[in-house]
Design a protein. Structure first.
Length: 481
């Protein structure tokens, strides 16, 4: 008996050491390629991001050091005083703001650097189109296809994305009328406001993420997932993009509702989840994987708890979910004249044209490799590597009939990620398009971040340090279009 326990302990220690070695080795290779051999990545067919050939701005290395020291202090504090929930969450929020804004300070210019980074990027044409528009909000939805269906950026999106910016434009226009009359003044004014407000808005995601971890896991360190999330380079460097400040928050709020639906077997939360699922897809087609995640998690949870769950309850949950979804579809159809199926078909036809997407078995595997490397570049090697480690652990527990509801989530999220790679109909640029997945990944991998070393705090600090190294390398070497 004791011999078996001893062998099991030694085996677990060996696995942990192997994971640590692979994490360190992978990060070294990741750093080597980005800093010295970025041309290896550019040889991959369809590679999207380019390397900075010259650095035209000074770096304040002292502030980078301050950012890292402050991050380590926050990690130490929330480990040491884990029961001070309000203070701990507030500190993590402040850390998230410091890390986002800090790179603007490092670059020189602070908030203006953050604004210019977005304003000079090609993707800012979305906002420029909004500033040039003269149609009312209702008219924009009803005539979206004729107005913006052929637009390079807006043609691939549902109208909710346009409405978000247009509503902000109208709200600011109440105080600054020039915003409504002059497209140039509109763009400058809105981007200046965005530089101050959106980094704050981006922190909202941490609150539902904290409560999801608290609901799903009984592990004592309930702040690991929110700290893991803010360690991703894309989360820190893609400020002012809706993929960073908006979609992860919407996804996480939906995930919180879904968590209550499954853990409490609640038809009310199922109905709310259905309605909210439609709202998310009304904002962005990138969020369509939430339907797959919902079905995968419901199925996994039903199997894990098959002795206490009933088919009747499962049917009621699915019916309530579909009821909320169909009600939301009906309301937008009647009051806004919006047909989601027509917009989806037109949007993805244009998306495939832009991405030059070809559907074949050979191409799907090529795109899978490209997208994995692309996504890893912007998440850091550590997050994607530990995500696979975590998913394998959860899958083994599932197959051994030892899985919990939390393990069911990890299996479902892993299946969702694989499905996105196989059927996502995209090719490259997923480092931006898939940022909304990072809250789910943070929830999946946080136990792994605590087990790399014997002491949980030192283990997480090591993980965070590696992620900050990745963030700096991306910031220093990679040009975002």
């Amino acid at each position: 008996m004791h011999t078996g326990d001893s062998n099991s302990t030694h085996s677990n220690q060996a696995v942990t050491k192997a994971i640590l070695v692979l994490l360190l080795l992978g990060t070294v290779i990741y750093s080597f390629v980005i800093s010295l051999h970025y041309d290896w990545l550019q040889r991959i067919p369809g590679w999207f991001f380019s390397r900075k050939e010259s650095l035209a701005f000074p770096y304040d290395y002292g502030f980078l050091f301050f950012m890292l020291v402050f991050a380590f202090f926050v990690i130490w504090f929330v480990f040491k005083f884990s029961n001070w929930v309000s203070i701990d969450i507030s500190l993590v929020i402040i850390l998230f703001l410091v890390l986002q804004i800090g790179y603007g300070v490092v670059k020189g210019g602070g908030f203006e650097s953050i604004r210019l980074k977005y304003a000079k990027a090609a993707i800012s044409e979305e906002l420029q189109t909004v500033c040039q528009a003269h149609e009312g909000l209702l008219s924009s939805v009803r005539n979206y296809d004729s107005l913006y269906g052929e637009n390079f950026w807006l043609g691939t999106k549902p109208p909710g994305f346009f409405l978000f910016y247009a509503a902000i434009k109208d709200a600011v226009g109440l105080f600054r009328p020039a915003v409504l009359a002059n497209p140039k003044a509109c763009f400058i004014t809105l981007t200046k406001n965005f530089a101050y407000l959106f980094p704050i808005f981006a922190t909202i995601v941490l609150i539902p993420l904290f409560f999801i971890q608290s609901q799903l896991s009984s592990m004592p360190f309930s702040y690991a997932s929110i700290l893991t999330y803010i360690s991703a380079p894309s989360v820190l460097l893609m400020t002012l993009l809706p993929d960073q400040f908006l979609f992860p928050m919407l996804f996480t709020v939906y995930l919180l509702v879904l968590t209550f639906m499954i853990t409490k077997q609640s038809t009310l939360f199922a109905f709310l989840a259905g309605g909210m699922a439609y709202l998310l897809v009304f904002m962005s087609f990138s969020l369509l994987p939430i339907f797959g995640l919902t079905l995968f998690w419901l199925s996994a949870d039903f199997w894990i708890n098959r002795e206490t769950r009933t088919l009747k309850t499962l049917f009621l949950l699915l019916s309530a979910f579909l009821g909320g979804l169909l009600l939301a579809v009906l309301v937008t159809w009647l009051f806004l004249g919006y047909n989601p199926l027509t917009r989806y078909q037109l949007a993805f036809q244009k998306h495939r044209e832009i991405k030059q997407f070809e559907f074949s078995v050979k191409r799907i595997f090529e795109y899978g490799l490209l997208n994995h490397v692309d996504f890893m570049l912007w998440t850091g090697f550590g997050i994607l590597f530990l995500f696979y480690v975590s998913s394998i652990r959860a899958s083994i527990l599932f197959l051994q009939n030892k899985a919990s509801t939390y393990d069911g989530f990890r299996v479902a999220f892993f299946l969702t990620f694989i499905a996105i790679n196989l059927a996502g109909q995209t090719r490259s640029e997923v480092g931006r398009l898939w940022v909304f997945l990072l809250p789910g990944m943070a929830l999946s991998i946080f136990p792994e971040t605590l087990n790399l070393l014997r002491k949980s705090m030192l283990s997480f600090q090591l993980f965070f340090l590696l992620q900050m190294l990745s963030t700096f390398l991306i910031f220093y070497y990679i040009r975002f279009p």
